[in-house]
Write a protein that binds this ligand. Structure first.
Ligand code: 9MR
Length: 796
């Protein structure tokens, strides 16, 4: 996924794995494969090859289990209660999760140590400690490498098992057990904190002002063990406090929280900083010091100024086995857009959800407030630090346009390469191979290539170009028309080529895969946006005829870059239209939000995300905020304050109310993330470079241990909320991306209008005055009816 760390760096970072005091003799026969593989064996589907000095095998794809393809060695004696070190170095041509086990050599194959690394192109060393749970003189070490969809090559070297001291467990320091939203709380919003304690009975809490005077007091509500944190938790609720100001603290169980504010303007700066991130992520434009200060200014990246070799005339990806048969020639102008994350890749899938959420930040304001008020509100033109500020267009639309125009450039023009690809969108443009850190974009020397189009990318383009068209229409008719034309062409191309999937194997050579083999949800999302913009029957039919239209979307994750159905569903629910079953759609969005509510009810740190397996996915903070977006949508649909409250409470979690006492937003709170994985904001590696800018969200805890630093830190797993390191090299727990900052932007803008005026009307842009007339009218009817009925009753 990322450049491999040099071995020395990995070991340096692996503070959790100090050298063993006394090492016993090596128990693995021929773990270095210098001349031969024996006595190592493989399952019959593979042949060991040691010509490179490691043991390599070509692993056949398509099997259903990890253990269908194994490399192993027998004769590893295990003594119950003895402590061991288990080490190895592995690599692979695809990002495949494998299992490395020390286990019995016969049924039931009980294991006493297991590591689950994800393969990287560069060899990665791993070492864990374990205490044997069994006396088994004939143990074995196996690498289970089956289960990948396609063929790939696995290599292993330096396998070692010997007795030795166990490594010290890794402990995350926290400053206080009273966990608050470190930014603070809205005067009209929920005010809740979590206390981590051994106490099982309620304990008193005290809210203090900056002078230490008590403002409020009460007792905690014991909630029990939170499985995603492995902690016993009490919740502190002080919703009714009406004091405002800065520097409040909560005291409970002998601990004092970080200071926080109670302030109506709490989220205003965050809203503009979160949006400001996108300008800094722009490719193909100089980042202007006048707008962002010297620290964040930089030359334009990828305009073919040496050493850059892109992006104004980029060639096609060299032939790859997983895209056999794809022909493409010519060069393409794919300048512009946003860099996806810490890398310099630009991916249409993911660009799609990010730009959707920026457009939607605007559309939500538009629908809720009407155009005039929305234009004068938090998203007014001229409020953001971008070059287009003051051009008469809301800044958030200008920022979205930067990405939309790039996505249009990613559409394969007619007459290039094979005709069957015209109208589809290239899946991505990226470097030839992973670059190291730090590396500002204008210094990237790697060759760049566009990768084979995919149906998913094409439908991302169709969806957001259609959404962009209706929102840009009042400001620039020509641009709106060109967006709609791109969207229609993309839709037609996707219908013609509905199953061109990006391969997971296309994610190990300098860019992420963003692979997806179910695009029914992308079809639905695109159809929904095209319908809402055009009203055409063709798209209405595509919406109502899709199995996704009535599918149950509830689940731990409401939506993300791969699961996009809810994006369409929420827009169908909130953007006025003549959709025949719109009421059912609105109900289904409320059902989606109810599932977020249900999860929040089971979580004791405010997050509407509590998967039943208690594991957090890559980008959990984005997931939490997206689930909160569904709550905000339900607040708009129902006008029910319970949803608004739940959405606001969700923000607490990412701003510090969590197992690690960590605000995951740079510059916000006391203990905030500041070393996210990024090639430009790399102060942790080079102090002359900046940290990430204020308002940057870290991806956050990821249970799956998918980078070498995480693997070295938790070789045998970690508890969900704790699987996080504020380390620039922990890309699977601590990266920043456009799709996570778009969730943050959406929620921060929404919260900065205090949860905003809610809207449940049926016509586009009903404003406050119209709503007041409707309410007044209803009141007249109700009063009239009541008077009439009363008069009749008296008569009888
Ligand atoms: O956010 C993506 C996550 O859902 C995937 O599991 C992961 C592996 O495919 O990739 C993440 O996206 C990364 C992308 O592939 C490359 N740029 C950085 C992204 C965030 O880490």
């Amino acid at each position: 996924m990322r450049p491999a760390l040099p071995l020395a760096v990995v070991l340096l970072l692996a503070t959790a794995v100090p050298a063993a005091a006394v090492d016993g003799p090596e128990l693995i026969p021929n773990g270095s494969f210098d001349t031969e593989a024996a006595p190592w064996w493989t399952t019959p589907d593979m042949v060991a090859d040691t010509s490179s000095g490691s043991l390599c095998v070509d692993v056949p794809g398509g099997s259903s289990t990890a253990w269908s393809s194994i490399v192993g060695v027998d004769g590893v004696p295990l003594v119950k209660g003895e402590t061991y070190r288990f080490g190895f170095t592995v690599s692979g041509t695809a990002e495949v999760p494998i299992r490395a086990l020390v286990q019995m050599n016969t049924e039931p194959w009980t294991s006493t140590s297991e590591v689950g690394p994800i393969m990287q192109a560069e060899p990665q060393p791993y070492e864990v400690g374990f205490t044997s749970t069994m006396d088994w003189p004939a143990g074995q070490v196996v690498f289970q490498v089956g289960g990948a969809p396609d063929d790939w090559r696995f290599c292993v070297d330096d396998v070692s098992v010997h007795t030795g001291e166990l490594p010290a467990p890794f402990e995350q320091e926290t400053a206080t057990r009273v966990r608050v939203n470190q930014l603070g709380y809205l005067p009209t919003g929920p005010k809740r904190a979590s206390l981590v304690t051994e106490e099982t009975d309620a304990v008193p809490w005290h809210l203090l002002d900056p002078e230490g005077e008590e403002v409020a007091t009460g007792t905690t509500t014991p909630r029990g063990e939170d499985r995603t944190a492995d902690e016993n938790v009490h919740v502190i609720t002080f919703d009714d406090v009406d004091a405002t100001g800065a520097g409040f603290t909560l005291v409970a169980d002998g601990e004092t929280s970080h200071p926080f504010a109670i302030d109506a303007d709490l989220y205003a700066d965050l809203a503009s900083d979160a949006l400001g991130y996108f300008y800094l992520a722009r490719s193909g434009i100089e980042i202007d010091a006048v707008l962002v200060g010297d620290e964040y200014a930089r030359p334009a990246g990828h305009l073919d100024v040496a050493p850059n070799t892109g992006d104004t005339a980029v060639g096609c990806q060299a032939p790859r086995p997983w895209y056999a048969g794809w022909t493409c020639d010519g060069t393409f102008d794919v300048r512009g857009g946003w860099y996806d994350a810490g890398d310099h890749g630009k991916y249409v899938v993911n660009g799609g959800i990010a730009v959707h959420q920026l457009l939607d930040t605007w559309e939500r304001a538009l629908v809720a407030q009407g155009r005039e008020d929305a234009e004068a509100g938090a998203l007014a033109d001229g409020t953001a630090a971008i070059p287009e500020a003051g051009n008469g267009v809301p800044d958030v639309l200008d920022e979205a346009r930067w990405e939309l125009e790039w996505m249009q450039r990613m559409q394969v023009p007619a007459g290039v390469g094979s005709a069957e690809y015209a109208g589809l969108a290239f899946h991505k443009v990226q470097d030839d191979g992973w670059t190291g850190l730090p590396l500002p974009p204008d210094e990237d020397p790697q060759a760049r290539q566009v990768h084979r189009p995919s149906t998913a990318a094409t439908l991302n383009l169709a969806a957001v170009a259609a959404k962009g068209a209706r929102l840009w229409e009042p400001y620039d008719e020509e641009f709106a028309a060109s967006l709609l034309a791109s969207a229609r062409t993309a839709w037609a191309a996707a219908e013609q080529t509905p199953d061109l999937y990006a391969s997971a194997l296309d994610g190990n050579e300098g860019g992420g895969p963003y692979d997806d083999k179910d695009v029914s949800d992308e079809f639905y999302w695109a159809a929904a946006e095209l319908f809402l913009t055009t009203g055409d029957d063709e798209f209405a039919d595509a919406v109502t005829g899709s199995p996704v239209h009535s599918a149950d979307l509830t689940g731990a994750v409401a939506f993300d870059w791969q699961r996009t159905a809810a994006l369409g569903r929420m827009d169908l629910a909130l953007v006025p239209s003549e959709l025949p079953d719109r009421d059912a759609v609105r109900d289904s969005v409320v059902t989606l939000a109810d599932f977020a509510l249900y999860q929040q009810g089971k979580a004791f740190f405010g997050q509407p995300y509590q998967p039943s397996d208690a594991r957090f996915e890559w980008g959990s903070n984005g997931i939490i905020l997206n689930n909160a977006v569904t709550l905000a949508a339900a607040a708009d649909i129902t006008g029910d304050d319970e949803y608004r409250t739940a959405a606001l409470e969700s923000l607490d979690h990412v701003l510090g109310r969590n197992a690690l006492d960590q605000s995951y937003v740079t510059g916000y709170g006391t203990e905030f993330s500041r070393n996210q994985h990024h090639r430009t904001f790399a102060a942790q590696l080079d102090p002359t470079l900046p940290h990430p800018p204020a308002g940057t969200l870290s991806g956050g805890p990821n249970s799956s241990i998918q980078d070498p630093v995480a693997a070295q830190t938790w070789p045998q797993g970690c508890v969900a909320q704790r699987c996080y390191l504020d380390n620039i090299q922990s890309w699977s727990t601590n990266e920043m991306t456009i799709n996570w900052n778009s969730s943050l932007t959406w929620m921060a803008v929404w919260a900065s209008s205090d949860g905003g005026p809610t809207f449940s009307g049926a016509s586009y842009g009903v404003d406050g005055v119209a709503l007041a007339w409707i309410l007044a009218g209803s009141l007249v009817v109700v009063v009239g009816l009541a008077t009439f009925l009363l008069a009749r009753r008296k008569k009888s």
